[in-house]
Design a protein around this ligand. Structure first.
Ligand code: B12
Ligand code: SF4
Length: 468
């Protein structure tokens, strides 16, 4: 057999807004760049167009990337591609965390990173010898990643077709928050890409704005300060409109690096405060303690450096009473946060959290993976009913993501910038909250006559079947 074409597919969910999609297919751009030049490769983002099943045949290899919430859709795609005779490989977070389950329907499963295994899969398929599983958990050095290929950049055309390009600079997180899969997906050791490679990639992609895919970029303020200095000095020279990244609170304790980050065009830190409830500190991996006075200090210090703060909060920990939504709202309102992400605690496969709740028989049975999107309740909380958790979440979503709230926070953020920068900074000032509004819309939380909304809608139902 000889391979005709490799299709790489990102399952759809949100569609496009004003003809642009939100999630640029960075993972698939990296994988497509590993496909040998003589093999045709096509990236399909289902948020922009449907998968062209009719064009597929037995000489085609189809690769699908999927987080847990996309895995049902990935299976749907796989079955249709297989019906055309193509072979299907599935990779990404869910395949890495639950390979046995995915093996039941995929021709092959990619566990872990695929810089080594994806080229191997293509070669094996070409010889008619595709293996059922490829495992790469060696955590590749990021200093010899292949460049993003010119044909891939042309095909994806990210600046025209996506709201926000992504970029990876570092990877890994040594923390161990009980609800997070980072250790299994990215490894405990923080790995760094050489600064000149990062700069070269930004220049080749001609991107002016980006969101870092790094799990905990900010932790490098402590772990790798010299690298941060080198990086910020290099980024400072580039004509960027702004960029954003994930971090933890201790960045606030490094004023010199904050100043340099601002000069390097950093717009906002996404900081996992996770909870405004000190009762939950054991579950937060040592990086947050529910201490809201400290949270205020962190936000103020980062603002003083001219950088915005997006606060990330998770609800439904065992220490959370039903009043957690109101108390967190009070904190958020008085905190000066520029944007806010609220999520429902979600027990992903491979997390200590899931293991505990399996042992305590607290998972709601038969919840489809598509509801593991952090907007739906998938387990029985300790101090409230599942319905109260869904209801509280809906209440807070409406409070935070109504247009007046988004406008208020966005304008406040914009006013912190010099007026001459407003045209460049306007997008980043409003886009984050707007994106979270779209996420919450998956719960369909439009205001209802009772003023409370639809508490049960979106609550994972017992009896739903996986893949339904
Ligand atoms: C950037 C990012 C996002 C971006 C979207 C990026 C995108 N295009 O999908 C945003 C911010 C929008 C986002 C949102 C969410 N995310 Co997210 N995200 C990430 C993050 C930080 C980086 C992913 C990335 O691009 N890495 C860089 C690329 C190059 O690496 P990669 O994707 O891991 O791909 C490599 C391998 O996995 C493998 N591989 C991947 N796919 C395939 C496919 C094939 C065929 C093969 C062979 C190999 C392969 O090869 C690649 C190269 O080595 C990861 C954490 C992480 N470090 O992976 C979380 C992560 C994937 N996200 C997660 C979650 C939970 C979410 C949300 C549900 C949470 C939320 N409430 O915001 C939403 C869901 C949104 C949605 N509709 O999908 C979880 C997934 C857990 C799970 N079991 O599903 C992760 C693992 C974070 C975590 N620590 O738990 N996310
Ligand atoms: S600090 Fe962030 S990336 Fe690291 S384990 Fe905790 S939640 Fe995951």
């Amino acid at each position: 057999m000889s391979i005709r074409k490799a299709y790489l597919i990102q399952p759809g969910r949100d569609g496009a807004f004003l003809h642009k999609a939100t999630m640029a297919p960075y993972t698939l751009m990296r994988l497509a760049s590993l496909v040998p030049a003589e093999v045709d490769v096509e990236i399909i983002d289902e948020d922009l167009r449907p998968t062209p099943f009719a064009q597929m045949g037995p000489d085609d290899l189809v690769g699908i990337t999927a987080k847990t919430l996309q895995i049902d859709r990935a299976r749907w795609i796989a079955e249709r591609a297989q019906a055309r005779g193509a072979k299907v490989v599935v990779g990404g977070a869910h395949a890495t965390l639950a390979p046995d389950e995915v093996s039941a329907w995929a021709d092959s499963v990619a566990v872990g990173e695929a810089y080594r295994t994806w080229p191997q899969m293509i070669a094996d398929f070409d010889r008619g010898d595709l293996q059922p599983r490829y495992v790469d958990e060696e955590w590749a050095h990021l200093d010899d990643l292949p460049h993003l290929d010119e044909r891939v950049l042309r095909q994806v055309d990210e600046n025209r077709r996506y709201w926000t390009p992504y970029l990876e600079i570092t990877r890994g997180c040594p923390r161990s928050c009980t609800f997070c899969t980072a250790i299994r997906v990215s490894g405990r050791v923080m790995r760094l890409r050489p600064v000149d490679h990062v700069v070269a990639e930004i220049e080749r992609r001609k991107i002016k704005r980006f969101f870092l895919t790094d799990d905990n970029f900010g932790l490098n303020f402590r772990l790798n300060p010299d690298y941060m200095v080198e990086l910020f000095q290099a980024l400072r020279k580039l004509p960027l409109d702004g960029w954003t990244c994930q971090a933890e609170q201790m960045v606030a304790d490094h004023p010199d690096l904050l100043r340099m980050a601002k000069e390097a065009h950093l717009d906002k830190f996404f900081i996992g405060f996770e909870s405004a409830n000190p009762e939950n500190r054991r579950e937060l991996g040592g990086k947050a303690k529910g201490n809201i006075e400290r949270y205020r200090q962190v936000i103020d210090r980062i603002h003083e450096a001219g950088i915005g703060v997006v606060g990330l909060f998770v609800f439904g920990f065992d220490g959370d009473p039903p009043s957690i939504f109101e108390s967190t709202y009070d904190f958020i309102r008085s905190s000066g946060l520029d944007s806010v992400s609220i999520t429902v605690l979600t027990p992903y496969v491979g997390t200590p959290q899931r293991q505990t709740w399996i042992e305590q028989n607290r998972l709601i049975p038969n919840v489809p993976w598509s509801l593991y999107d952090t907007n739906h309740v998938t387990y029985y909380p300790k101090q409230m009913s599942a319905q109260q958790l869904a209801q509280g979440y809906d209440w807070l979503s409406r409070k935070l993501y109504g247009y007046p709230s988004i406008a208020y926070r966005g304008l406040r953020n914009l006013r912190r910038q010099p007026v001459r920068d407003w045209p460049r900074k306007a997008f980043n000032s409003f886009s984050t909250d707007f994106g979270y509004r779209l996420e919450c819309a998956h719960r369909d939380w439009a205001p209802a006559a009772d003023g409370i909304g639809h508490p049960v809608r979106g609550l994972a139902r017992e009896g739903a079947t996986i893949g339904a």
